[in-house]
Design a binder for this molecule. Structure first.
Ligand SMILES: NC(=O)c1ccc[n+]([C@@H]2O[C@H](COP(=O)([O-])OP(=O)(O)OC[C@H]3O[C@@H](n4cnc5c(N)ncnc54)[C@H](O)[C@@H]3O)[C@@H](O)[C@H]2O)c1
Length: 270
C-alpha cells in the first residue's frame, strides 16, 4: 500500500505545463481548472479568446498558474505555432488535452457536406493537428501525456448523431495508433469517452431562440438520460476532468492507447 505522500505525488502536476483546447467552456474549462488545481501551469486555448481568458483569470484568482490563447484547432499549423510559443516560453509541454469540439444533429443520409467538412475539421483534424504538434515535442523531450476527447457516441451508436460519432470514432482510432507509434519515447496517448454532460454543447436541446434555457425542456431531456444510466444521473464536467487528470498524471504511467468511459455505466466494454 502506498503512503499518502506517494499517492499525492502520483497526481501532482507541479512544474508541468499543460495545454487545454476548448478551455473556454464546459469540460475543457473544468479540465483546465482541475489540472491547475493539481499544480500545472495551464495554457487555456479556445477559438473564443474571451472565454479562454475568463478561464485563465478564474484559475489565477484561485492562486493557480494559467495563461490564455486564441486557437482555432481546425486551422492547419495553428496548434503547432501555439505549441512552439508554449515550449519557447515554458521550456516544455508535458500534457496536451485535445478537448475542443463541436456538434451537429443530422442523419447520415441528410448531412450537409459543408457541415460535415466543418465537424471533421474541428473534431478530427483538430485533434490530429494537436496530437502532431504535441507529439513531436514530447517525443523529443522523451515524455508526455496526450488526452483526446472522444464520446460515448462511438460505443452506443444513436440515430441522428452519426456525423459527430464518426469524428469521435476517428479520435479513438487516432489515439490507439499514435500510442503504438510514440510509446517508445515515453509518450502516452489516451482518450476519454464521456456520457451525457450538460454543457453549452448539450444546451441546444433545451434553449429557446432567444438564448434562454427552458428549465422544463431541460428536465425533460435530462431525466431520461439519467434513468438510462446504472448510476441514475447525468455527468458533471468534473467527472470528466478527473479522468483527464488521472491520464495526465504519473498515476497512469502504465496506461496508453486506452479509451476511458466516464458515463455512469451507460455502456460497458472490455
Ligand atoms: N457534453 C457532453 O455530453 C459530451 C459528451 C461526450 C463528449 N463530449 C466532448 O467533450 C468536448 C467538450 O464539449 P463540451 O460539452 O464541454 O462543449 P462546450 O460547447 O461547452 O465546449 C466546447 C469548447 O470548444 C470550443 N471550440 C469549438 N470549436 C473550436 C475550434 N475550432 N477551435 C478551438 N476551440 C473550439 C468552444 O468555443 C467551446 O469553448 C467536445 O469534444 C465534445 O464533443 C461532450
Amino acid at each position: 500500500m502506498q503512503n499518502a505522500r506517494t499517492v499525492h505525488d502520483a497526481f501532482d502536476l507541479t512544474g508541468r505545463v499543460a495545454l487545454v483546447t476548448g478551455a473556454g467552456s464546459g469540460i475543457g474549462r473544468t479540465t483546465a481548472e482541475v489540472l491547475a488545481g493539481a499544480g500545472a501551469t495551464v495554457i487555456c486555448a479556445d477559438i473564443d479568446a474571451g472565454s479562454a481568458a475568463e478561464t485563465a483569470s478564474g484559475i489565477l484568482g484561485q492562486g493557480g498558474r494559467a495563461e490564455s490563447a486564441e486557437l482555432d484547432v481546425s486551422v492547419r499549423g495553428a496548434a503547432s505555432t501555439l505549441v512552439g510559443h508554449v515550449v519557447a516560453r515554458h521550456r516544455g509541454l508535458h500534457v496536451m488535452c485535445n478537448i475542443a469540439g463541436t456538434m451537429i444533429d443530422s442523419s447520415i443520409v441528410d448531412v450537409d457536406p459543408d457541415e460535415f467538412d466543418r465537424i471533421v475539421a474541428v473534431n478530427l483534424k483538430g485533434v490530429l493537428y494537436g496530437c502532431q504538434a504535441a507529439g513531436k515535442v514530447m517525443a523529443a523531450q522523451r515524455g508526455g501525456s496526450i488526452v483526446n476527447m472522444s464520446s460515448a457516441a462511438v460505443l452506443a451508436p444513436a440515430a441522428g448523431v452519426g456525423p459527430y460519432a464518426i469524428t469521435k470514432a476517428g479520435v479513438a482510432q487516432l489515439t490507439q495508433t499514435m500510442a503504438l507509434e510514440v510509446g517508445q519515447y515515453n509518450v502516452r496517448v489516451n482518450c476519454v469517452a464521456p456520457g451525457f454532460v450538460p454543457t453549452n454543447m448539450t444546451a441546444r436541446y433545451y434553449t429557446g431562440p432567444d438564448g434562454a434555457v427552458d428549465e422544463q425542456a431541460k428536465a425533460a431531456v435530462l431525466a431520461p438520460m439519467a434513468r438510462m444510466a446504472p448510476l441514475r444521473r447525468v455527468g458533471e464536467t468534473a467527472d470528466i476532468a478527473y479522468c483527464v487528470l488521472y491520464l495526465a498524471a504519473d498515476a497512469s504511467s502504465f496506461v496508453t492507447g486506452q479509451l476511458i468511459s466516464p458515463n455512469g455505466g451507460v455502456s460497458m466494454h472490455y
